[in-house]
Design a protein around this ligand. Structure first.
Ligand code: ADP
Ligand code: ZN
Length: 550
């Protein structure tokens, strides 16, 4: 954090054209995704905004692009101290001057960061919500020119969400303490009506632009398999071993199962690390670091792991056991494929899990002072949430459709067969239980099946066609696969030299696009999605050299 970066181009009243130019320059993307433009337009016009988008939809861009354009210091409230360093490194790679202020810095370092911020060194600063109540920080913020306050993981303000964080309720007071009220943008992936209402009222959004994007993630395939616990372990080990170049997350419901699964994976020769609340903070951070840096390719964890992890090249998420709600499940599964490349989500469950979950939600963990009526209501709501999860696990109809309907999306226009869930493709778990008897392929092959069936005009045909094209590219010819692996190795080496996670340099999607297009010069490389001018300057030549080797 020591060196001073050149500021991005700043404007007094940035327009959407400036925003598009900044998206291309810093992130290498040609256009905004659905929802992003709407949120950014509101923010640039000085309006508050609430962005509800699924994980991986690109929420960060909604405040990072304005932060790069607006004069002054955008403050971003985030609950995740351990990730701020990574986030800032990623931003700096993109040429946006990020910083963070949290308890991992010594008081002296904190003073330096604040002094530099007042000197105009930074476009954006991440802080934990607790910081907002600190008088020294308030004095600092009153002196800084703050053009925008962004509240990430905004559902943390609601007691109805799963991640309630009391300090979030102090945000409104902090905003009121600023000499000039900046626009406030709140971002979350939690879609339920009640949480949304809480976010608006408790953060104090004024007449916000509310943007809720579709919840479909066309590049994710879904499967639900009923398996006994022992089969489950076998399945996970065989699956991970059969995907030796892919990074994935395996969720288990108890700490003991996490440890057992991680050991079984390592015994099977898979570089796996594990993470749960029973480990010391140091051990958790180290496991997370190794996973994010691609030093370990499989993370086995309880649901304590994952919020805010923006590793974009996670190719599979396997849930062993049932989450307590479909919200929780979709959030965990949604950590796969954030780069838009095909990725697979598996739910492996057993009858025993249903009993365990019922026991968990019936256990009386509410404070004694809870009024009887509220207690009953809460218990009922937990049971309803769990029942939806169980229905999903046992579903005889399209899993994707079920998820989307649950999140309130109109599914009437969807085809009955999504072509990429285990119900629609008829996929079974056999393949990774007894490889010799494999009868059904699941995953990329499902897209091939779809291609055969492409004759019928499907309502979502355009979106699906794009996914198919990517899927076909994904099943690259051998030469291309070899080139992709070389580009990955180069990325890993450059990341190691700079001490940043590999995905921060280029995403898997960007490497795949390079393999497809085989750019020969800087101009052609700049056309590849994910390559902006900042990264072209830094890494362009190294990648062109590798590409030139054929
Ligand atoms: P979220 O915070 O909503 O989970 P992120 O902000 O981490 O999502 O973005 C997910 C991925 O999508 C990142 O790899 C990001 O670079 C990419 N992305 C964001 N905006 C765009 C865009 N307009 N075009 C293409 N890719 C994008
Ligand atoms: Zn389906």
């Amino acid at each position: 954090m020591a060196s001073r970066q050149d500021p991005p181009l700043k404007f007094d009243a940035p327009t959407m054209a400036d925003a598009e130019a900044a998206l291309a320059r810093h992130f290498g993307y040609a256009s905004f995704r659905p929802g992003q433009a709407e949120v950014i337009r509101a923010v640039l016009a000085g309006k508050d905004a609430l962005a509800v988008m699924p994980t991986g939809a690109g929420k960060s861009v909604c405040y990072q692009v304005p932060a790069a354009l607006m004069r002054g210091l955008t403050i971003v409230v985030s609950p995740l101290i351990s990730l701020m360093g990574d986030q800032v490194r990623g931003l700096r790679e993109a040429g946006i001057r990020g910083s963070y202020l949290n308890s991992s810095l010594t008081p002296r370092q904190q003073a330096v960061v604040m002094a530099r911020a007042l000197d105009g060194w930074y476009d954006l600063m991440y802080v934990a919500p607790e910081r907002l109540a600190d008088p020294a920080f308030r004095a600092f913020a009153a002196q800084a020119r703050v053009p925008l306050l962004a509240v990430d993981e905004a559902h943390c303000v609601s007691q109805w969400g799963q991640d309630f964080r009391p300090a979030y309720t102090g945000i409104a007071d902090f905003v009121a303490s600023l000499p000039v009220r900046p626009p406030v943008v709140a971002l979350t992936a939690t879609a339920t009506e009640r949480v949304r209402r809480d976010v608006v009222s408790l953060i104090g959004l004024k007449d916000p632009q509310v943007t809720v994007t579709g919840f479909d993630r066309p590049n994710l395939s879904f499967a639900s398999f009923e398996l006994k616990p022992r089969e489950r372990t076998r399945w996970v080990c065989a699956y991970a071993a059969a995907h030796p170049d892919e990074s994935g997350i395996v969720y288990a419901t108890t700490r003991k199962r996490v440890d057992e699964l991680a050991q079984a994976l390592r015994d099977a020769g898979v570089a796996a690390v594990s993470y749960h609340a029973g480990y010391e903070a140091d051990a958790r951070e180290e496991a997370q670091r190794r996973f994010v840096m691609d030093d370990a390719r499989v993370m086995v964890a309880t649901n304590a792991f994952g919020m805010g992890i923006d590793k974009s090249n996670v190719r599979f998420v396997v849930n062993c056991g049932l989450p307590l709600s479909l919200e929780e499940y979709y959030q965990e599964a949604g950590r796969a494929g954030r780069d838009g490349e095909p990725a697979e989500c598996y739910l492996l469950w057993s009858r025993g899990d249903i009993r365990t979950c019922r026991f968990l939600i019936d256990r009386d963990d509410l404070p004694e002072s809870t009024p009887a009526a509220e207690r009953q209501r809460l218990e009922r709501s937990r049971r309803t949430l769990l029942n939806h999860m169980i229905d999903y696990a046992q579903s005889a109809t399209c899993l994707r459709r079920r998820i989307l309907a649950y999140f309130g999306q109109d599914v009437s226009a969807l085809s009955d067969n999504c072509g990429s869930c285990s119900v629609c493709t008829g996929a079974t778990p056999e393949r990774y239980l007894a490889p010799a008897r494999a009868s059904h392929a699941f995953g990329h092959a499902a897209f091939d099946d779809e291609l055969d069936a492409a004759g019928d005009a499907r309502p979502r045909s355009r979106r699906r066609a794009a996914a198919r094209e990517e899927a076909l590219d994904y099943v690259a010819t051998e030469g291309d696969e070899e080139l992709f692996q070389r580009l990955r190795a180069l990325r890993k080496r450059l990341a190691g030299e700079k001490g940043v996670p590999p995905y921060v340099i280029f995403s898997d999607a960007t490497l795949r696009a390079m393999v497809r297009r085989k750019p020969r010069d800087r101009e052609a490389l700049l056309q590849v999605p994910g390559v902006g001018t900042t990264k072209l300057e830094r890494y362009g030549d190294a990648f062109l050299e590798e590409l030139a080797r054929g």
